[in-house]
Design a protein around this ligand. Structure first.
Ligand code: DGY
Length: 321
């Protein structure tokens, strides 16, 4: 019997994924699920054939340069791969894959939760009930923003952006979008394309950020762009925290320029800008976009499908390097 490929798995995996992985690989797992330092990851990578990593593992050029020669493939348990320097991997001939498609619906669902949560003051309402500060029904108590029939701008109309738009249509929202290239009419589904994001922003009663993270989009939502939005607009982010200039967003939430925000992702998460915690008009979630049992199993299986393909000598299904 040929020996099974040796894997380093940097974080704990869902049980069903672990079961399948153990059947095909000799794996070093991380049972207490701690975040590994670069030094620990490099030490444990010695003698392994591949890594199964997550968005918290920073695969920098420096780390790639020090990876043992035995590492031939890196599969990330995520669709986003801004944590992986794919150029450095390509230079070393190391293959890499991600997990697109399978988390589209779960992430779009969370975007709608954020839109409603921010617009309808879910955090304040929840707190009032729990803390017994709710005194009585009143015609003016905790009024929010109406979502049905409003305009939604989607920044980044890829798979997840399109799924957000699809859900928003059920709320009779008019969809505007910016994307690097215009979608075909069958994908656009009547959404209004803007050739520049700046042109779209004045039409955004709601703005959903769905573009990839990384240097190109770092702090994309800054003070100038927020100023272009209608007063009282709502921003939600299920993509990557780095797309938002936190100081600009916090200032706009404090001044009332924006009515509210809903955020599932943060720059430097979990160490988010502490000012968010003091704002009652921001609905906060701890990066739960893909956090359903079905979705996390599907992501793990997709990572394994790619590893299986690689070790069987087949092309990767979802290559990123
Ligand atoms: C991803 O896959 O990139 C997500 O952010 C994880 O939820």
């Amino acid at each position: 019997m040929t020996s099974r490929p040796k894997l380093l798995v940097t974080r704990r995996l869902p049980d069903a994924v672990t079961k399948r992985l153990m059947a095909g690989y000799e794996a070093e797992m991380n049972p207490d699920d701690h975040v590994m330092s670069a030094e620990e990851l490099l030490g444990k990578a010695a003698g392994k054939d591949a890594l199964l990593v997550t968005p918290v593992d920073k695969i920098t050029p420096e780390l790639v340069a020090k990876l043992p020669a035995s590492i031939k493939m890196i599969a990330t348990f995520s669709v986003g791969f801004e944590h992986i320097n794919t150029d450095a991997l390509k230079q070393r001939g190391i293959k890499a894959s991600n997990t697109p498609d399978v988390l589209t619906d779960a992430t779009a669902d969370i975007a709608l939760l954020l839109m409603l949560g921010a617009a309808r003051r879910a955090y304040e309402g929840e707190r009032a009930v729990r803390e017994a500060t709710w005194k009585s029904w009143s015609t003016t108590y905790m009024l929010g923003v109406h979502m049905t029939g409003k305009r939604l701008g989607v920044f980044g109309m890829g798979r997840i952006g399109q799924a957000v738009a699809k859900r928003a249509r059920a709320f009779d929202m008019t969809i505007h979008y910016y994307n690097r290239s215009r979608l075909k009419p069958e994908l656009e589904q009547g959404a209004i394309y803007h050739a520049s994001a700046e042109d779209m922003l004045p039409h955004c009663d709601f703005l959903s950020i769905n573009a990839p993270g990384g240097p190109e989009t770092l702090h994309w939502l800054n003070a100038e762009r927020i100023a272009r939005m209608p007063d009282g607009a709502i921003v939600v982010n299920t993509a990557r925290g780095g797309l938002v200039d936190d100081n600009a967003l916090i200032a706009a939430l404090k001044s009332g320029k924006l009515f509210a925000a809903g955020l599932d992702v943060f720059e430097n998460e979990p160490n988010l800008n502490p000012a968010y915690r003091d704002l009652s008009n921001v609905f906060l979630l701890p990066h739960l976009g893909s956090a359903t049992i079905d979705t996390r199993n599907a992501m793990g299986f997709k990572a394994l499908d790619n590893l299986d393909a690689f070790f069987a000598g087949r092309p990767l299904i979802d290559p990123i390097a």
